[in-house]
Design a protein around this ligand. Structure first.
Ligand code: PMV
Length: 369
């Protein structure tokens, strides 16, 4: 039975000022790609619609957190030795909230070392992997300081998903391998706006092997921050239709994943990707994130599928394209990608990834892994 999130870490044994020792934790956590998109929030950090994602294997972040001082209530931290690291605002937002939930975390000075397996400046969003890895480290450090050592993995994953959501919504889906749903949905037992849940029990084994080739169309950083993008949904003219569509698409995507119906999954996932961009284009101000090469890839993927190759595309809030294909067609799909799509990628960059098994604790960050 899962405890209410964080209940064990709220209480502190004795006087927390007297906690002494060295505390550190290191985790590797993957990125994920949404097949049904989270776009727009309600009441703070809760999703406007439910979303469904596949956790990746090779696109991950490794993070190590060291408590360099405690009892000083400084709340001060550095990332990779940099006190002005671009990742710091999101970390501070998470840490401020966590400090109010787990008081001992507001009494520490932290050093964070974090590296991504995917190369810098590939335009791949790293917030899901980065904030899930960081959350796992912070919860471990808090448990160590509070001498709470008996939290079962299911409960700690649940806590981490609940907390990671505050740093970045999509990060709450990275806590589990395979497929996860975030957002309260009638018919999905245990689903919640507060955390993601794994739904692998209802997924066909072939779909657990799905491949995702990430085509780097542009290496430039995102031109639309997700914070601004989500907030533009508040007064979006299509908000009502979007909510209904996401609920229907979630239902269809889950039944396609259960039945190993690749064609149905392709049609739902592509509709979700194009809807995400249509919502962004029709917001105020409207933003166009696709590049000419993005559109060309989409045409070529659809043409390949029409001629019998099982491939579909999906998009994040950027120009890069994820091309998905079953394991059984990997050789043919990768030949098609190499011949027809790779020439459209910036510097010929493609990251060949697949469905992964979720975060794991590590001894330390290792740039060579
Ligand atoms: O987690 P955020 O706030 O960076 O939002 C990410 C939203 C998308 O990546 C565009 C879609 C999704 O569901 O992952």
């Amino acid at each position: 039975m899962i405890q209410p999130p964080l209940s064990r870490l709220k209480t502190k044994p004795g006087n927390q000022e007297s906690v002494s020792g060295t505390f550190s934790a290191a985790w590797q956590s993957p990125s994920n790609i949404a097949l049904v998109k989270y776009w727009g929030k309600k009441n703070g950090q809760f999703p406007l619609t439910p979303s469904l994602s596949m956790t990746l294997l090779k696109a991950f972040t490794q993070t190590r957190v060291d408590v360099v001082e405690n009892g000083a209530a400084k709340g001060f931290l550095s990332v990779n030795g940099d006190e002005n690291h671009p990742f710091l605002p999101k970390i501070k937002q998470l840490l401020t909230w966590l400090g109010s939930e787990i008081p001992i975390l507001s009494t520490v000075t932290l050093k964070v070392i974090t590296i991504n397996s995917f190369p810098h400046s590939t335009g791949i969003a790293s917030s899901a992997s980065g904030l899930s890895a960081l959350t796992l480290c912070l919860l471990d450090v808090a448990s160590e300081m509070l001498q709470v050592s008996d939290i079962p993995r299911a409960e700690s994953d649940h806590m981490a998903s609940y907390c990671a959501r505050v740093g970045s919504g999509s990060a709450c889906r990275s806590l589990y391998g395979g497929y996860t749903v975030w957002g309260e949905t009638p018919g999905i037992i245990g689903s919640s706006d507060e955390f993601a849940i794994p739904v692998n029990h209802s997924i066909h084994p072939e779909m657990m092997l799905l491949h995702d080739a990430i085509l780097v169309i542009s290496e430039k950083p995102k031109i639309l921050s997700s914070t601004l993008g989500h907030s533009a949904m508040h007064d979006h003219p299509f908000i009502g239709g979007r909510i209904l569509q996401a609920e229907k698409n979630l239902d269809e995507a889950l039944s396609a994943l259960a039945a190993n119906d690749f064609g149905k999954l392709a049609s739902v996932a592509e509709s979700e990707a194009l809807t995400l961009h249509a919502l962004i284009m029709s917001a105020n101000p409207g933003v166009l994130l696709m590049k000419p090469a993005t559109v060309e890839v989409i045409h070529r993927v659809r043409e390949a599928r029409r001629t019998g190759l099982p491939v579909f595309f999906t998009l994040d809030a950027g120009a890069n394209v994820h091309v998905m294909y079953p394991h059984s067609s990997a050789v043919a799909a990768e030949k098609f990608i190499g011949d027809a799509l790779l020439p459209l990628c910036e510097n010929g960059r493609v990251i060949f990834d697949s469905c992964g098994s979720g975060p794991q604790p590590i001894a330390d960050v290792n740039p060579a892994s």
